[in-house]
Write a protein of this length. Structure first.
Length: 107
């Protein structure tokens, strides 16, 4: 009973992240386009390339989460709780790196 409730909560949370992630990507692309329109050299900055690569990794992480949720729904997760806890920290590290790149703009 508790497991089934957690599965429902998991699916709902994933849907919220789909919506939030899609909106973040949409507004990010619109902002990127606006900056590039004003200053074409903006797209040639190294920090921006690294930031976009980290964003792609974040999208890949989200795809991995979708697969993981499917495994949980089938009760077919073979990962240890330690691995899951470490995997849970990946987006925080990526987001910290992304924010630091935007603020510092090292290259």
């Amino acid at each position: 009973m508790v497991r089934e409730r957690l599965k429902v909560m998991e699916r709902r949370l994933l849907m919220i992240t789909h919506v939030g992630g899609a909106l973040a990507l949409l507004f990010g692309l619109l902002t990127l386009g606006a900056f590039a329109h004003v200053n074409p050299g903006y797209l040639k900055q190294g920090w921006l390339h690294l930031k976009l690569a980290l964003v792609v990794l974040l999208v890949g992480y989200h795809v991995a989460l979708v697969r993981l949720v499917r495994q949980f729904s089938r009760d077919d997760v073979r990962r240890s709780s330690r691995w899951l806890r470490l995997f849970n920290e990946v987006p925080a590290l990526l987001l910290i790196a992304i924010v630091l790149l935007v603020v510092v703009r090292p290259f």
